[in-house]
Design a binder for this molecule. Structure first.
Ligand code: ADP
Ligand code: MG
Length: 254
C-alpha cells in the first residue's frame, strides 16, 4: 500500500531521516517507536506528502506519492498529526464532517459516516458541543473521528497515519482507539501509528518499526524488535521482557 525506499529527509538544513526502507501492507497495523526526536513525526510528515523527501521515494498504491491529485490522495491517505489545532467555534459534528470534504458523497451519506466515525471514537455524546469547550483528550478523539470519516467508506484500501493517537487519552480510550485501528486494518486498510507505550505496541500492532536517531534500528514482530538489549541501547532503560501471561506477545517490565 505504501512503499518507502531509501528515504532521506532534512529539516532546517539538518539531515533527520537516513535510508529508511519498509512497506506498509494492507491489513496491517504498524507501530513506529523511538525516543523523542528520533524522527517519528518527520517520517509521518514525509509519508503524508507534507514534507518532500530529500532522497528516495514513496509509493502509495504503486504510484509516486507526489503525483497523486490532492483530492484523490486524500481519499486514500488520512493523517492525524501529533497536534491539531482549530481556532473556530465549530461543533464537534462539523469538525468531523471536515473529513468528508475530499468526497462528493452527498450530505446524507456524509452525516451517516460522520455518525459512525463519532461512535468509533466515542464522541457521539459531544456531537453538538463546541470544539473549543472540549478537554484535550476529547479534542484528540474528535480529530481522530475526522480522519476516520475521511477513509471510512473508501472503495479502495486506504492508509491511516496516526501520530501519537493515544497521547492524551485515558486507559479505556487508548484501548478503544487501538482496537479501532485494528478493525480498520481488518477491513483491508493499512494503519501506521506512532506510540510510546511499548506494551500497547506489542499488544495491538502486527509489526513494529523502531527508529533510532533517524534510522531504522529494527523492524518486525514485537518478539523480534522488543529485546531487552535493544531497548537498553535505544531508550537507555533497563527492562525485563517476559511472555504476556494471557496474550501471545511480550510484556515489557521497566
Ligand atoms: P519525534 O517525533 O520522533 O519526537 P521529530 O520527527 O519531531 O521527532 O523530530 C526529529 C528531529 O528533527 C528532532 O531533533 C527535531 O528537533 C528536529 N526537527 C523537527 N522539526 C524541525 C524543523 N522544522 N527544523 C529543524 N529541525 C527540526
Ligand atoms: Mg513526534
Amino acid at each position: 500500500m505504501l512503499t518507502v525506499s531509501r528515504l532521506g529527509c532534512a529539516r532546517g538544513g539538518c539531515q533527520i531521516l537516513h535510508d529508511i526502507n519498509f512497506r506498509l501492507e494492507a491489513g496491517e497495523v504498524l507501530a513506529v517507536l523511538g525516543t523523542n526526536g528520533a524522527g517519528k513525526s518527520t517520517l509521518l510528515a514525509t509519508l503524508s506528502g507534507e514534507l518532500p523527501p530529500a532522497e528516495g521515494e514513496i509509493l502509495l498504491g504503486g504510484r509516486a506519492l507526489e503525483s497523486w491529485p490532492a483530492d484523490e490522495r486524500a481519499r486514500r491517505l488520512a493523517v492525524l498529526p501529533q497536534s491539531s489545532s482549530l481556532a473556530f467555534a465549530f461543533s464537534v459534528e462539523e469538525v468531523v464532517l471536515l473529513g468528508r470534504l475530499p468526497h462528493a458523497s452527498g450530505r446524507e451519506a456524509d452525516r451517516r459516516i460522520a455518525a459512525e466515525a463519532m461512535q468509533a471514537a466515542d464522541i457521539e455524546h459531544l456531537r453538538q458541543r463546541s470544539y473549543l469547550t472540549l478537554s484535550g483528550g476529547e479534542r484528540q478523539r474528535v480529530h481522530l473521528a475526522r480522519v476516520l470519516a475521511q477513509i471510512w467508506d473508501s472503495s479502495e484500501p486506504a492508509c491511516l497515519l496516526l501520530d501519537e493517537p493515544t497521547a492524551s487519552l485515558d486507559l479505556a480510550h487508548q484501548r478503544l482507539i487501538l482496537q479501532q485501528a485494528q478493525e480498520i486494518a481488518q477491513r483491508g486498510n493499512a494503519v501506521l501509528l506512532v506510540l510510546h507505550d511499548l506494551n500497547l505496541a506489542a499488544r495491538y500492532a502486527d509489526r513494529l518499526l523502531l527508529l533510532d536517531r533517524g534510522a531504522v534500528s529494527a523492524l518486525g514482530s514485537a518478539w523480534g524488535v522488543l529485546e531487552a538489549e535493544r531497548i537498553k541501547r535505544v531508550f537507555g532503560v533497563e527492562v525485563q521482557v517476559v511472555p504476556h501471561p494471557q496474550l501471545d506477545c511480550p510484556l515489557i517490565i521497566a
